[in-house]
Design a protein around this ligand. Structure first.
Ligand SMILES: [Zn+2]
Length: 492
């Protein structure tokens, strides 16, 4: 047996435990750091059920331009484990994740791909500081299983140069059998035959999974989602589905595949669901995450239609629907998804819509959610143009969004022109800001947009709805509008 031979005093130096007890759960949650004090320092989490069972390690974020695994692992680490032990390293390679690069910044090319830096032969040592630290962590825990979460650039069935949408199993019948179980669970959710996941083997030489299998006898698998034309929420969910099936087969998990925040998240935090799927423009979610990333009491999770339909909003205080196309968003969400959002707000949830998200919340399209008493006017000229406009906060707006006197420059991109809908079932909205200049291209008449409400807020059931027709999230200097909108919608 070679698996214990790599335990060295190195382990003690690199692995430092911080014990965080969670008294409400029948399990221990601890976290620690590897590569402590270096630029590679990163956190890992151990959930110990205190019941005999397998030890499973999940590693993600080895390649910095493959974000879905890191997102999924950050969610999975909160899951409740019913037997055995779960060890999660959500952001193995933090500098590369921050840089959004596959390779480790600052290292020469022959050592900069972390997933080629693990021992290729017995007696070989890892090739860099971070692989040494990760290897020490793996060796010290000696898990029965190791899952390494990655992403490919394209669907492997359509382009065999990429490993996207595959599960790459180390060479053993038991590992391959388990890998097929994960594929089965996931492929049930994928309609297009060419996009279904397939089994591959073995992992590349020098990869963590290959080294763990060959040097330490650990049953190892790499999970690869596909980045091409698929929202991050979908890819993270695909990782969750595979890991959930795997842990279910091992009788290690209780709870749903769409548990995105855990009991260990503080109640004082504001949990924000950020919709990034059908009908959403490319940049919005990233900009909003950047803005909200400045707040230490806000947890943001990307969500798509399947999670919303399965009731994930219960875990959140606020839903944000970014720009794009309101009608396409409604179509992607489907009747059940739209109904889910309406119920969420009715029961006390917050809703913040930007541009398309405001069209979606409005009152007078067949696909409208009708959660704010505002109708869209001059619908025929919705494509009235993009550019900078000036808005002015009302007294209510200054109370809610911050005391900004005078005219404010803001990005506008075909946002809705709003007016009271006078729906007797919905309380009137309050205008927080008015357009003071306008854009009237593509046949739109001048004088229609000026002085109409640009940002409005209202109540719906127990919940709060804020709709912004222009884009503070695309306007430097207006980050505080996004912060305050979310806090208000959360009732804070
Ligand atoms: Zn990768």
């Amino acid at each position: 047996m070679i698996r214990r031979s790599n335990r060295t005093s190195f382990t003690l130096l690199l692995v430092c435990f911080i014990v965080l007890q969670s008294p409400s759960l029948a399990q221990d949650r601890r976290s620690g750091l590897i590569a402590r004090g270096s630029v590679w320092e990163t956190q890992y989490y151990v959930t110990d059920s205190k019941r005999p069972g397998p030890a499973v390690m999940i590693v993600a974020g080895v390649h910095g331009d493959e974000p879905a695994g890191a997102r999924a692992a950050e969610q999975i680490r909160h899951w409740t484990i019913t037997r055995g032990k779960l060890i999660v390293v959500p952001q193995a390679n933090r500098p590369a994740l921050q840089n959004r690069t596959r390779r480790m910044p600052t290292l020469p090319k022959d050592r900069s791909d972390l997933n080629r830096n693990f021992p290729k032969a017995n007696g070989e040592t890892p090739k860099c500081m971070l692989s040494t630290a990760l290897w020490a962590l793996v060796s010290s825990h000696c898990p029965d299983w190791l899952l390494d979460l990655h992403e490919g650039s394209d669907f492997t069935q359509l382009n065999n140069k990429s490993v996207g949408s595959s599960v790459i199993a180390a060479q053993s019948t038991e590992v391959k059998k388990q890998a097929c179980r994960m594929l089965e669970a996931l492929n049930e959710t994928i309609e297009e035959p060419d996009k279904k996941f397939v089994l591959k083997s073995p992992p590349a030489s020098g990869s963590l999974a290959r080294a763990a299998a060959e040097r330490l006898g650990i049953k190892s698998v790499i999970l690869e989602t596909t980045m091409k034309d698929q929202p991050l929420s979908l890819r993270a969910r695909q990782h969750r589905i595979m890991v959930h099936r795997f842990l279910t087969d091992l009788r290690m998990v209780s709870g749903d595949v769409d548990v995105l925040v855990g009991p260990s998240d503080s109640d004082k935090m504001i949990h924000v669901a950020l919709y990034d799927a059908g009908g959403v423009g490319r940049k919005g979610p990233t900009e909003l995450e950047k803005d909200l990333g400045e707040l230490t009491d806000v947890v943001v999770r990307r969500v798509g239609s399947p999670e919303i339909r399965s009731g994930v909003l219960k875990q959140f205080d606020v839903l944000i629907i970014p720009g794009g196309s309101g009608s396409k968003q409604a179509r992607a969400l489907g009747t059940d998804g739209c109904r889910g959002i309406v119920k969420f707000v009715e029961n006390g949830g917050g809703y913040v819509g930007f541009c398309a998200g405001s069209y979606l919340a409005s009152n007078n399209y067949t696909w409208s959610l009708k959660i704010i008493d505002a109708k869209v006017i001059d619908r025929r000229h919705w494509k009235r143009g993009k550019g900078r406009v000036k808005i002015e906060l009302t007294a209510e707006g200054r109370r809610l969004l911050g005391n900004e006197p005078g005219l404010i420059d803001i990005r506008y991109a075909n946002g809705p022109l709003l007016a009271p809908a006078q729906d007797p079932n919905i309380p009137d909205f309050k205008a927080l800001a008015l357009y003071r200049t306008e854009i009237a291209k593509n046949g739109a008449l001048e004088g229609v947009m000026k002085d109409t409400p640009a940002i409005v807020a209202g109540r719906f059931g127990q919940g709060r709805v804020l709709c912004s027709s222009p884009h503070p999230e695309y306007t430097d200097g207006l980050e505080s509008f996004v912060h305050r909108a979310v806090r208000w919608a959360a009732g804070r």
